[in-house]
Design a binder for this molecule. Structure first.
Ligand SMILES: C[S@@+](CC[C@H](N)C(=O)[O-])C[C@H]1O[C@@H](n2cnc3c(N)ncnc32)[C@H](O)[C@@H]1O
Length: 417
């Protein structure tokens, strides 16, 4: 990756680029950093790069020296131009990841009142802010951006796990860390960390990460895929009986091949332990089994190994009760059962509330999805919670197919950012 920095304080940036982890990344060739002194593109006897703002205000950087400095950087390919500015988008990890995928990043450091708006309009791709406060220049934000971006370049930070375990990377805040001595001023390191049981340590670290995130930054949990943070599995149940018929009567519905394929694929993609299909009609179960057999053991398995993996998540049951018994047995605990519905139901909870609850109590979530006109009251009564309907537009029309509802739900809870 290549990074150019256009600055009026090149020495500051050069000494930063030569130091510590970044310096090693540069000298090992993993990262190329070029510091461009905007004064080299000044005009006139006074080598002017700044002038007074029109109207009111103090000094600011002129557009022409910046444009020429930028043009001088084009030898490294078309740059993606970032202007650090308090008016920009807040810097966050997803943005850092996007920036790390640019071949050539150019950071233009402002000073005084900033830079001429015409330069920004013409050349800047992204304005990025470090936060809602005002610094005197763009050099420190430039350092922050380079630091965060370079950590993601393979091999820049010593061990890959120290990056993947960092806050935000895996969707949660990092766990607390301790070093020697094991007792300091009467304060002991948590016992589990000195016990040598790798699995117990891993569990402890995972739980502390979750607790910290929910306590300090519950907003971060909204964007996290939660499967890696749970000790148990997650389940999807597609219910064909008992469901509601057109007139609200208790009914059963037919399975469809499209649902089987699409839900199995979504379950595999989002790390669901099992996709449980419930129909009391033996013929229907037979048909589902035959389809699953074709893709897991028949010639379909060889033809499309991805589909084999997807269909391996499918398990077929004659009743909801039997499916639940099977999950209880497997998890050695009661799953946290969530009923989904397209209707407004009193006491229903927002998906984020449920997601935080699952994380907080380390639940094994199990989602009931209805077919026909929705889940029958018998299944709703079995659930521990009802999730508010998925809704698109403001007019509330939300007659989604069950496979769409499954995919959207799984993405909210288990989508990896
Ligand atoms: C004094 S500031 C200019 C502030 C500008 N007049 C405003 O209020 O938006 C000078 C330069 O510092 C940098 N800067 C200041 N605060 C920043 C922040 N919170 N994030 C990123 N860059 C910042 C920008 O490059 C900016 O052009």
């Amino acid at each position: 990756m290549k990074i150019s920095v256009i600055t009026a304080f090149p020495e500051l940036m050069r000494s930063y680029a030569a130091s510590s982890v970044l310096g090693r990344a540069v000298s090992s060739g993993k990262l190329e950093v070029r510091i461009i002194d905007v004064r080299d593109f000044s005009h006139g006897a006074y080598r002017q790069i700044d002038d007074y703002c029109y109207g009111a205000g103090g000094m600011m950087l002129m557009a022409e020296p910046l444009a020429e400095a930028l043009e001088s950087a084009s030898g490294w390919g078309k740059p993606y131009v970032v202007y650090p500015s308090p008016q920009g988008t807040h810097l966050h990890q997803e943005l850092v990841e996007d920036l790390s995928r640019k071949e050539h990043l150019t950071i233009v450091c402002g000073h005084y009142e900033g830079i001429d708006e015409r330069f920004t309009q013409k050349y800047v791709d992204a304005e990025i802010s470090l936060g809602d406060f005002v610094l005197t220049g763009g050099e420190m934000p430039a350092m922050a951006i380079i630091d965060a971006v370079s950590r993601l370049i393979p091999g820049v930070v010593g061990s890959a796990s120290s990056v993947t375990e960092d806050s935000f990377y895996g969707g949660m805040l990092d766990t607390p860390h301790y070093t020697r001595p094991a007792e300091w001023r009467g304060e002991k390191v948590p016992e589990v960390l000195t016990g040598g049981d790798a699995k117990a340590i891993e569990r402890w670290r995972r739980r502390r990460s979750v607790e910290r995130t929910l306590e300090r930054r519950p907003d971060v949990a909204a964007r996290a895929g939660i499967i890696p943070w749970l000790s148990g599995g997650a389940y999807v149940v597609e219910v064909h009986y008992p469901v509601l018929g057109r007139d609200g009567e208790k009914a059963s519905t037919a399975i469809t091949g499209m649902d089987l394929h699409d839900i199995a694929r979504a379950c595999r993609a989002y790390g669901i332990k099992k996709y449980l299909l419930v129909t009391p009609i033996a013929q229907q179960r037979e048909m589902a089994k035959r389809i699953a057999w074709h893709w897991t053991a028949g010639w379909g398995a060889e033809y499309n190994p991805d589909r084999k993996e997807a269909f391996s998540t499918l398990k077929i049951f004659a009743s909801v009760q039997k499916a639940l018994e099977w999950v209880r047995e497997r998890e050695k605990k009661e799953p946290f059962k969530i009923a989904t519905t397209a209707r407004r139901v009193g006491g229903a909870q927002h998906w984020l509330t449920l997601k935080r609850r699952i994380l907080k109590d380390d639940e094994s979530p199990l989602f009931f999805f209805g077919t026909g006109w929705g889940l029958h009251g018998e299944v709703m009564d079995m659930a521990d919670a009802v999730m508010t309907p998925i809704t698109g537009g403001r007019d509330g029309w939300n007659h989604l197919s069950v496979r769409s509802a499954v995919s959207i739900t799984l993405d909210r809870f288990f989508g990896w950012r």
